[in-house]
Design a protein around this ligand. Structure first.
Ligand SMILES: Nc1ncnc2c1ncn2[C@@H]1O[C@H](COP(=O)(O)OP(=O)(O)O)[C@@H](O)[C@H]1O
Ligand SMILES: [Mg+2]
Length: 252
């Protein structure tokens, strides 16, 4: 068994004439915390979409846990443990947190066992929901309507709904975007204390946050792999400063 969980060999995604992702290599080890950084339009979200199967790579190969998943549909990859956060737009605002958790868990169960809406949680499902809410630090909010949650709590619920599906690879696309400084601290703590057997790939613009969370950083630019390194080396990498940190400073 290789220690690499996710491997991309020269993955490309083309939209018409645009190479949104252009021959990107990536190897993420089991249990690793990896950041993908790069300016807007660098291809980060498209890379995630290629990994989850939402878009089909136009070239290259994606291997998960030693298995070629390049041509698998999204639900098959999800069943293997490739998971991205639910989006707030997928939450049900007039249902409670617990009911939303039920939908997340039963959604998976219905794929696995072909029964749906069969009543109360089993004790295993109940434990899974509580564990996921605990990891996401909204355990006391289970009976609150989603529309009464703060924005930050809704992001925490997204995380809980994803964790309840037992992910092996968790893809987080800008989990702290739009959050207040105090909400960012909570999200960072949640990510930092996730079980070490969950492999995490994180897209995030907040450099301080990123560098405090991950083991290794990959930087994309214009769809291409630009550089990678340990967090301590990223700030001083002149290629990255030129395309990313430099640009971010000008915008600040
Ligand atoms: N579905 C799509 N159709 C056409 N172009 C797209 C699509 N999705 C993304 N793009 C383009 O691909 C490039 C990369 O986008 P994206 O992956 O969202 O970048 P990032 O997440 O790094 O900001 C951008 O130029 C974007 O406009
Ligand atoms: Mg994006």
């Amino acid at each position: 068994m290789t220690d690499v969980l996710l491997k991309l060999d020269d993955v490309g995604v083309r939209f018409g004439g645009l190479k949104a992702v252009d021959g990107v290599p990536l190897a993420v080890k089991r249990g690793e915390r990896r950041a993908i950084i790069g300016p807007n339009g660098a291809g980060k979200t498209t890379l995630f979409n290629a990994i989850t199967g939402v878009v089909k790579p136009t070239s290259g190969r994606i291997t998960f846990d030693g298995r070629d998943v390049t041509n698998l549909p999204p639900h098959r990859r999800a069943a293997l443990g490739i998971s991205r956060t639910f989006q707030i737009t997928n939450l049900f605002p007039s249902l409670t947190v617990r009911q939303n958790m039920e939908i997340a868990i039963r959604g998976l169960a219905s794929r696995k066992f072909s029964f749906f809406g069969s009543g109360a949680f089993t004790s295993e499902e109940q434990n899974r929901a509580e564990r996921a809410l605990g990891l996401s630090r909204i355990v006391g909010r289970a009976d609150v309507l989603v529309r009464e949650l703060s924005y930050g709590e809704q992001r925490q619920l997204e995380m809980a709904m994803t964790l309840a599906t037992n992910p092996r690879l968790l893809l987080l696309d800008e989990p702290a975007a739009g959050l207040s400084p105090s909400e960012r601290v909570i999200v960072a703590d949640v990510i930092r204390s996730l079980p070490s057997d969950i492999t995490i790939v994180l897209i995030e613009h907040d450099m301080d946050l990123v560098l405090s969370l991950v083991d290794w950083v990959t930087c994309l630019n214009n769809g291409r792999f630009l550089a990678e390194g340990a967090p301590a080396d990223i700030r001083t990498n002149t290629d990255i400063q030129d395309v990313y940190l430099g640009r971010a400073r000008h915008h600040a």
